[in-house]
Design a protein around this ligand. Structure first.
Ligand SMILES: [Fe+2]
Ligand SMILES: [Fe+2]
Length: 463
């Protein structure tokens, strides 16, 4: 008879979270939000929507900056449309992470048995994400193409010293249905193969030996085909660490039921980060509908996406808050890995405050180059030195946009702190979201932006 060391009890049908999952799955199956998004994706024509604001004006790149204040109406519309494209480009990358980790963790829950509806729900969510990603890419690509031309996708700036750093592409913008991840055969060099074997051995034979019965069926299949441990390098998960560390996270989430459930704490953080501004589009759609007014397709896509994602958020919350309690208490090793994942997620996605993108709580470093290109695009037509001047005004001086972003910041912080109060295995820094608390201050942002902009200015040619 099989010994089941990580379950303290078999899942029984009277468990609240199992009933909730049944209801969630039934409602999600009956809904048609994904289909509506697909139709909007197919029919999207930027010309039809270009003269309308997509959501409120505050959902705009550079909102509240001196540049925004002096921009023309058509420039303000462009900043509003490019905000949508930018945010959903990032959302698409993070949803590609979800596609991968849903499969990795579903493989663990399936190996445990008793979670059939949950596995079906996760499979359905994975399929839905593929359609969401496609819609975001289509609309984002067409919008950027119309506003920025080809320059929105390729390098346009001259560099003094570091062509490889300043000429990199920032956005692919092409429609894709498959997530980008590394899962290739380790034939070219024996090193990744050796590293993967060592990592698999250490994780499964030493650190998570007790949980070996629940090794993800999905990872097992990849392994039997001789493929590397998958590690995506884009999206929120892709920023958590180096490729070896990402492989470590993948393998751990796919080897322990408890750590599989921890992925859903990170997924919940991503769900809430998105909902924090997507809800504004949702409200805008409701108001326009009520008043019988024209609804731009991107606003409708956000509306149906929020509705689809409400099922996903319920799943994330159910697993993160309740399901893990079905399992035996985590070992010290599992607690450490869990907290490391949440700490890194907090650090990369929530520990800063953007001066240029409302609803983003990271430093502006990564946005300097795309903004510099935007300022020289047909939208503004600034010279290189004018562009640097406006970047300095927008990123390195206090302005109204900070107050708007702080409002978004504080709302998300409160929601996450409430959610994490009852997750007993979290370290204080994670439960109280201390990195995010610290990130909600303007002065350090200005200091960091001044430094980053000085370095950037030194690397570009103003000829
Ligand atoms: Fe989605
Ligand atoms: Fe989702």
């Amino acid at each position: 008879m099989l010994d089941l060391p990580v379950l303290d009890s078999s899942p029984s049908s009277d468990k609240k979270h199992l009933k909730l999952t049944e209801i969630n799955y039934r409602r999600n199956t009956e809904s048609d939000y994904t289909e509506r998004m697909e139709a909007l994706d197919r029919a999207f024509d930027y010309e039809r929507d270009r003269h309308h604001v997509w959501g409120e004006p505050e959902l705009s790149l550079l909102y509240g900056t001196p540049l925004y204040e002096q921009a023309s109406e058509s420039q303000k519309l462009a900043l509003n449309h490019l905000y949508w494209a930018t945010q959903y480009n990032q959302t698409a990358a993070t949803e590609a992470n979800t596609v991968l980790y849903n499969q990795v963790t579903t493989g663990v829950f399936a190996a445990m048995g008793g979670y059939d509806t949950l596995c079906k729900e996760l499979d359905l969510e994975t399929e839905q994400e593929r359609h969401h990603i496609h819609a975001f890419h289509t609309i984002g690509y067409k919008t950027k193409k119309a506003l920025l031309g080809q320059a929105g996708f390729t390098a346009t700036i001259a560099s003094k010293n570091k062509p490889s750093q300043t000429r990199q592409r920032t956005s692919k913008g092409t429609a894709k249905t498959q997530p980008k991840y590394v899962a290739s055969k380790g034939q070219e060099s024996p090193l990744p193969d050796f590293q993967d074997k060592a990592l698999r051995f250490a994780t499964r034979q030493i650190f998570l030996k007790e949980q070996s019965l629940y090794y993800s069926q999905y990872l097992q299949q990849l392994e039997s085909k001789g493929e590397e441990i998958p590690a995506q390098t884009t999206g929120l998960v892709g920023q958590l660490g180096s490729r070896p560390l990402l492989k470590f996270f993948t393998l751990n989430c796919g080897s322990s039921p408890f750590l599989a459930s921890v992925f859903y704490v990170a997924r919940f953080m991503a769900n809430m980060l998105l909902k924090n501004y997507e809800y504004r589009y949702f409200q805008c759609h409701r108001n326009l509908e009520r008043q019988g007014e024209f609804i731009p397709a991107p606003v409708a896509v956000s509306y149906y996406h929020l509705l689809d994602e409400s099922f996903h958020t319920t799943t994330s919350q159910t697993i993160a808050q309740d399901l893990y309690k079905d399992f035996a208490k985590p070992t010290a090793y599992e607690r450490w890995v869990a907290n490391l994942i949440i700490y890194q997620a907090q650090r990369v996605a929530l520990s800063g405050l953007s001066a240029s993108l409302p609803g983003i709580f990271r430093s502006d470093d990564a946005f300097i180059l795309p903004l510099y290109r935007l300022l020289q695009s047909p939208v503004f037509n600034f010279s290189p030195s004018e562009s640097l001047h406006w970047l300095e005004q927008s990123l390195c001086q206090e302005h109204e946009g900070f107050q708007v972003n702080l409002k978004y910041h504080d709302r998300l912080l409160t929601n996450l702190q409430q959610m994490f109060t009852d997750i007993d295995y979290l370290w204080g820094v994670n439960r109280e979201m201390r990195l995010m608390v610290k990130g909600g201050a303007i002065a350090p942002v200005l200091e960091q932006n001044r430094k980053a902009l000085r370095q950037f200015a030194a690397s570009v040619s103003l000829d």
